[in-house]
Design a protein around this ligand. Structure first.
Ligand SMILES: NC(=O)c1ccc[n+]([C@@H]2O[C@H](COP(=O)([O-])OP(=O)(O)OC[C@H]3O[C@@H](n4cnc5c(N)ncnc54)[C@H](O)[C@@H]3O)[C@@H](O)[C@H]2O)c1
Length: 330
């Protein structure tokens, strides 16, 4: 018999944690898995997990998705699952220049293992997995639309996320189970990732440290607040693509805020909330980075009613409040 629980991979991660909390708050059962790797501060992952473990309907298993035997055991003991939100991955564009194998293991082998588990589950309903806005790579046409070609990744991270989309297409075509890939655009908010710009800037400003800003600050990002991301993920989960017997029952959707913000405006908001001036070390563009991101979410709105509602004027103060409380800063 299929489990009523929703499997969330990467549950100790930033987006996985928030997604699991929202599911648990709505009365759902959640099985969370994560390998708790040390790509960034493990105590932050453990602190998120501790909150999740307060919910009786939450079960955690420490598993590496690249370990097929471990995944099979999980599926047999806690599954089989009919709905999966697959967020575990080696994230980060810049780190993929330093440790490429981590990306192949988690994002390619790990994704394949998740697909294999779903493939053999009779009555499987929907796999929603994380892709990334980085698949748009060197594209210059804005906003980025899911109709655009995405053949020119400029980092290995982006190449692995695009590969996930292609692997998912092949599996949906061959084995006819529903899948949706979500291209997230720069997510920020409470419990956010220490390797990402909003966190790095905030920490440096709080501590009065100088920090690098690339491309001399001439960057634009579609910053998306975590609550909007979670709403999008869960709305999409409830709207699986149907199998018409012809095209593969899969699709790829953007989840962004649909506003491309100047990086310097984002920094100014942090300065205002922290009450200190930033000490910026302007640097040239970094390898693997893109100058601007901007999401077209029309398709996501049409399919799942997705509508982001949090501007950076509202989201940044929420993030800073959490940061100060958690780290005792300021
Ligand atoms: N945060 C963003 O702005 C953003 C943007 C685009 C795409 N994404 C994608 O969204 C997903 C979630 O991102 P996040 O920001 O929450 O990142 P995160 O690093 O906080 O979360 C990922 C979690 O997966 C776990 N993990 C990594 N490799 C694993 C493995 N092999 N087995 C089991 N667990 C593993 C990590 O320990 C971590 O807790 C990722 O797939 C990421 O690539 C995030």
């Amino acid at each position: 018999m299929l489990s009523e629980a929703i499997l969330v991979t990467g549950a100790a991660g930033f987006i996985g944690f928030h997604t699991a909390v929202r599911l648990l708050e709505s009365g759902k059962e959640v099985v969370g898995i994560d390998n708790l790797n040390d790509y960034y501060d493990v105590t932050l992952k453990e602190a998120r997990l501790k909150i999740l473990q307060n919910y009786p309907a939450f079960t955690f298993a420490k598993i590496d998705i690249a370990d097929m035997e471990g995944m099979k055991t999980l599926w047999a003991e806690k599954g089989p699952f009919k709905k999966v939100i697959h967020l575990a991955a080696q994230a980060g564009v810049r780190y993929s220049l330093k440790n490429p194998h981590a990306y192949i293991n988690s994002n390619i082998v790990g994704h394949l293992n998740v697909l294999e588990c779903c493939r053999f589950t009779e009555g499987f309903e929907h796999l929603v997995y994380a892709s990334s806005s980085s698949v748009y790579g060197g594209n210059t046409k804005l906003p980025f639309s899911v109709q655009d070609r995405v053949d020119n990744p400029i980092s290995l991270y982006a190449a692995t996320k695009r590969s996930d989309e292609l692997m998912s297409h092949a599996y949906a075509h061959l084995y006819r189970f529903a899948q949706t890939g979500l291209r997230f655009f720069t997510v920020y908010g409470p419990w956010g990732r220490p390797d990402m710009a909003p966190f790095i800037f905030t920490k440096a400003i709080c501590e009065g440290e100088k920090f690098p800003v690339f491309n001399n600050g001439k960057m634009k990002r579609d910053f998306t607040y975590i609550d909007d991301i979670v709403s999008g993920v869960l709305a999409v989960l409830e709207n699986p693509p149907e199998d018409n017997g012809e095209t593969a029952p899969q699709r790829v959707l953007n989840i962004g805020n649909t506003k491309s913000e100047d990086l310097m405006d984002f920094i100014a908001l942090i300065e205002k909330e922290v009450g200190k001036k930033a000490q910026i070390d302007f640097q040239p563009m970094q390898d693997g980075d893109v100058q601007e991101t901007y999401a077209d979410v029309q398709e996501t709105t049409k399919i799942a009613g997705y509508k982001p509602t949090t501007s950076i004027n509202e989201g940044v103060p929420e993030f800073i409040e959490w940061y100060k409380g958690y780290y005792g800063a300021g």
